[in-house]
Design a protein around this ligand. Sequence first.
Ligand code: NAD
Length: 354
Amino acid sequence: MQDFIYQSAPMRVVFGAGTLRQLPDELSRLGVVNALVLATPRQKDLVAGIRAMIGERFAGVFTGAVMHTPVEATERAMETVREVRADCVVAIGGGSTTGLGKAIALRTDLPQIVLPTSYAGSEMTPVVGQTSGGIKTTQSSPKILPEIVIYDVDLTMTMPPGLSATSGINAIAHAVEALYARDRNPVISLMAQEGIRTLAQALPRICIQPDDRAARTDALYGAWLSGICLGAVGMALHHKLCHTLGGTFDLPHAETHTIVLPHAAAYNRDAAPEAMARVARAIGAEDAAEGLYDLAVAVGAKTALKDIGMAETDIDRITDLVTQNPYYNPRPVTRDGVRALLVDAYEGRRPVRR
Ligand code: NAD
């Protein structure tokens, strides 16, 4: 075993079914008087229930959360923050809504309560990615880490099977990269393996029966574990690729992760054999990369970047951006290697061992 440092994040997590009911108590714990509720336009109906539940501590709502946290949306939300004199943000939604709450906290240091409704995992990290002029940059700060996360399985029951599948594989991606992170440690690696295992078993069940409560509970548990991994150790080539693709072309986040992950795993196959063996074991496959691809197919997800809005002529541009300033990666990041990976992901080829 290599030497390691382990540090856990100072946050409170409430997990279960019907836990949304605990929001008033959690607001009291923080001494909140004026809570601003955040959501996307699609999930704005959730706000009425929260309003009824928290009574006069409901200061207002902003339902303009958008994917990849464009700074224009954050600036609009900041006007509402000032208008209602918010002393807390309550983000109910997927990673986009969580991202908006974090962007506000970065600017104000307001406390955050997050009620995740997808498996993105952002709620467990002190990182926010913000987009301005088509460029997505990330920032990390203790101010960004949410104070309280309330996981309520009931809030995930409405997630359509397609989003459940890709959002779940997005979570798996955090855990896969945690297993070969330069700063990995044995505790996070255990969480990563358990996160991959629970998600890989739960997602096919959810696709067959979206109201399978036990499967939904397992998936949310796996997503929480994977989110911890994302917040605790450094990410590598896979996250760099998805981040660049998402920020540059506004590609859908979870679908991009789902398509790229098997190819990133194939890229690192021989450079991180121990991590790949753990991934393979967790998903019950012979080979991690092939198993991740087969999982995506099994849950009905798209497997080619050309099918989610990327143009073939963009491959060189992304290759340049990814190789200019690469993250740590177990296998050195080369132009030829990344280009070949992107061609495979663009075409949606199964990453067979050659
Ligand atoms: P999302 O939050 O944009 O959700 C996609 C759509 O599904 C939205 O319209 C949303 O309202 C809807 N939705 C979410 N949950 C639902 C539910 N239970 N029922 C019905 N509809 C539901 O997408 P996402 O994949 O959750 O998050 C992606 C964003 O999160 C990206 O901007 C990404 O960069 C960010 N992210 C950040 C981190 C981090 O650590 N900083 C980690 C993961 C993701």
